[in-house]
Design a protein around this ligand. Sequence first.
Ligand SMILES: [Zn+2]
Length: 203
Amino acid sequence: MNRIILLIFLLLPLIATAQKARKLKKKEIRLIEAGNPLDTMRVLLVTNKSDSTLLRKSCKDVDLDKNGGEVIYFSKRLIVTMTHPKNMGVGIAAPQVGLLRNIICVQRFDKPNTPNEIYINPTIISCSDSTQLGPEGCLSIPNKKGEVKRAAQITLEYIDLDGKKHIEEIEGFTAVIFQHEIDHLRGILFTDHLQEHGLKPKD
Ligand SMILES: [Zn+2]
């Protein structure tokens, strides 16, 4: 018994290190820098087998102290991809372009001029009990729409591109976008929620 306790004690620093944000791998940097900051990235689709596998994986945090430059470069490409006329999205998550990291872009319909903003390592720390039902679609799921039940209000914790931590309350349609994008970071797609409620996505 004592040996088990000793083993756990010895492993604790290793467990703690494993949860910290790891530096971007060379392969990830190659993906980010494969085009200039004004180039779109390829959006992964559920209709492609290998894309579909990647879209189901969980993402890791990024560390702006170690990879600030690459994250800024990536953020520009992510916004260009989301806003490109062929996509016209209101939100996008890094795994949708093949980067398994906790980064999302959301169009802030609750702010003047509806800016497209980047959120680093975002987490929803609390949700309201009240819900809202609304139509959703996804850049990675072509030709599908469906009604999804989401929390009406969320409390979001995130880091901005300057490395500053924020805690913010968000409600309405913008809160829906955040919930949809943060789901992507855990490999969850809006169609999963449709099945949860016994509804099938519309073709
Ligand atoms: Zn989506």
